[in-house]
Ligand binder design. Structure first.
Ligand code: B12
Ligand code: SF4
Length: 461
């Protein structure tokens, strides 16, 4: 082989059938539930040109791997919930003698488990280390472990938005990393750090221009940050996006302080912001201290007024809540649905409190022997936040499932959906999107009952 023979690289995003319940080919609507695996597009952007890259997103379709040309290296990404399938894919390629490298959040949090199942593990962020991994592969001296730590992101090449096939409703981009909040159930601070790192605004604008899709998910965990300098940077970003006339519509995760600044919201809307996800987490003030530092941001607020202020800028609000906090007692499902209705959010996303590896919640629940689903790696597939994998203080397994069902049933009851759509119509705010969003959640309710029954049967609980 000459020094610069083309090398073939497969970058794979494994699917979890419990998450990707439906495949895009089976229904056009599923396009709205499948999001681009940005990690792999970023890796592709860091890959030198002598590598021929194929990105496989199993959420779109699982290819016939044996029929594909033999690669020189396989790179697999995985959230915790995707690891079972990641190991199956890794085993397939390792049987063929193809080296497999795995990275991403699960590989970082569960290094020993992953090391046993692949040839090489990359912990942390890839920007500083990926070219080295490729070079070592080319020279036949791939190491068992690389650590990228927290990367510098002020001079990175853009992600390869050209590599994935069409079929997605949303493109994806990242503008910041890290979150100063450090909530006890969330692995973002453990993985990406407290320090809020921001990409240069011109890089972000240029990357937006490379995205084919009209709609974009900004994957930042906290797009606006918390400190005055973060907010100033967000305003600068929105101004530049508006000036570049990107013609994109985007959604993002923000904290509730978004509602504190009229200029920030107006600039976001002008830059194309059409929806925000906000974690309210608990409907009771007593539940908030359990979350960690975010308590200070949420306590004592008039959430209804905050949501209204955001919506006045024609931005939809999706509220996220957790069921299963130690404070939660029977009736919590309906309380959350009522709180979300009272706040006036357009959609509600309720999730089970889930101990994810690497979080403080994991350490706490482990020490209290409250993680019954612990046959790993087999049980990781249930760590989707949509199954109750832990023992909850005041709620039995059946009890917490009923709370979740009641929460969704109340919030997505036909009268409440119609009331929200009517409200949106009255305020000239995207009533159709609100209706479609609500009906799609509602149609999932039946699915969830079956998913819970299967979950209980297959985990013997
Ligand atoms: C966007 C996003 C999604 C998208 C997924 C898009 C996709 N297909 O990837 C959607 C909304 C669908 C989603 C769903 C879920 N998500 Co999510 N999501 C995120 C979010 C906000 C950003 C991810 C991202 O794109 N980051 C940008 C890229 C560039 O960074 P990255 O993925 O970390 O990749 C870097 C490194 O990790 C590394 N790397 C990654 N892979 C690889 C592979 C190799 C070979 C190498 C060398 C390096 C490497 O290099 C990259 C560049 O530095 C993260 C939070 C976060 N900060 O990571 C949560 C996060 C990943 N999600 C999380 C969870 C729990 C989920 C869900 C299970 C639950 C839910 N309901 O939200 C589902 C499960 C989805 C599934 N398929 O199983 C948790 C995961 C925790 C864990 N231990 O797994 C996170 C960390 C949020 C949290 N609060 O804790 N999510
Ligand atoms: S604010 Fe969001 S991203 Fe930040 S630590 Fe809390 S849950 Fe995680």
């Amino acid at each position: 082989m000459s020094e610069y023979n083309a090398m073939r690289l497969y970058l794979i995003n494994p699917s979890n059938p419990l998450v990707s319940i439906v495949r895009v080919k089976e229904s056009r609507w599923n396009r709205y539930r499948v999001w681009k695996p940005l990690s792999l597009m970023v890796l592709a952007g860091l890959t030198p040109p002598e590598w021929e890259i194929t990105i496989v997103d199993e959420n779109l379709d699982v290819p016939d791997y044996p029929a594909m040309p033999r690669p020189d290296l396989v790179g697999i990404t995985a959230f915790t919930s995707q690891t079972n399938r990641a190991y199956e894919v890794a085993a397939h390629f390792r049987r063929l003698g193809v080296p497999v490298v795995m990275g991403g959040i699960h590989a970082t949090m569960c290094l020993d488990e992953v090391t046993e199942r692949v040839d090489s593990v990359v912990t942390g962020e890839a920007e500083g280390i990926w070219p080295q991994v490729l070079e070592d592969t080319r020279r036949g001296c791939l190491k068992r472990r690389y650590d990228g730590g927290l990367a510098e992101i002020d001079n990175v090449p853009p992600a390869r938005h050209d590599l994935l096939a069409g079929g997605y409703a949303f493109g994806a981009v990242q503008t910041t990393r890290g979150c100063p909040m450090n909530c006890n159930f969330c692995s973002v601070t453990a993985f990406n750090g407290f320090h809020y790192r921001q990409r240069p605004i011109p890089d972000v604008v240029r990357e937006f221009q490379l995205i084919r899709e009209k709609h974009v998910l900004v994957v930042d965990d906290n797009l606006i940050g918390t400190r005055p300098e973060h907010i100033a940077r967000a305003k600068g970003l929105f101004r530049s996006m508006a000036q570049a006339n990107l013609r994109k519509e985007w959604i993002a995760q923000v904290t509730i302080n978004f509602a504190d600044d009229e200029e920030l919201m107006a600039l976001a809307a002008k830059a194309g912001c059409r929806g925000v996800f906000i974690g309210f987490e608990s409907p009771t003030p007593e539940g908030l201290p359990e979350l960690g530092r975010k308590f200070n941001l949420l306590k004592g607020r008039d959430f209804r007024a905050c949501v209204r202020r955001i919506q006045r800028h024609n931005i939809l609000v999706v509220g996220s809540f957790i069921i299963g906090l130690d404070i939660d007692k029977p009736g919590i499902g309906k309380r959350i649905a009522d709180a979300a209705s009272q706040y006036g959010v357009d959609n509600l996303n309720a999730l089970f409190l889930t101990p994810l590896p690497g979080t403080r919640l994991w350490d706490q629940m482990k020490s209290e022997d409250r993680i019954p689903l612990d046959s790993f790696p087999k049980d990781w597939k249930y760590y989707t936040l949509t199954f109750p994998v832990a023992r909850y203080k005041h709620l039995s397994l059946d009890g917490i499932i009923e709370e979740m069902i009641s929460c969704d049933r109340v919030f997505y009851s036909m009268p409440r959906i119609l009331r929200r759509v009517w409200g949106n119509l009255w305020q000239r705010r995207r009533p159709l999107i609100s209706l479609v969003g609500s009906l799609s959640y509602r149609s999932n309710l039946r699915l969830n009952r079956k998913a819970y029954a299967d979950f209980k049967a297959s985990t013997g609980q």
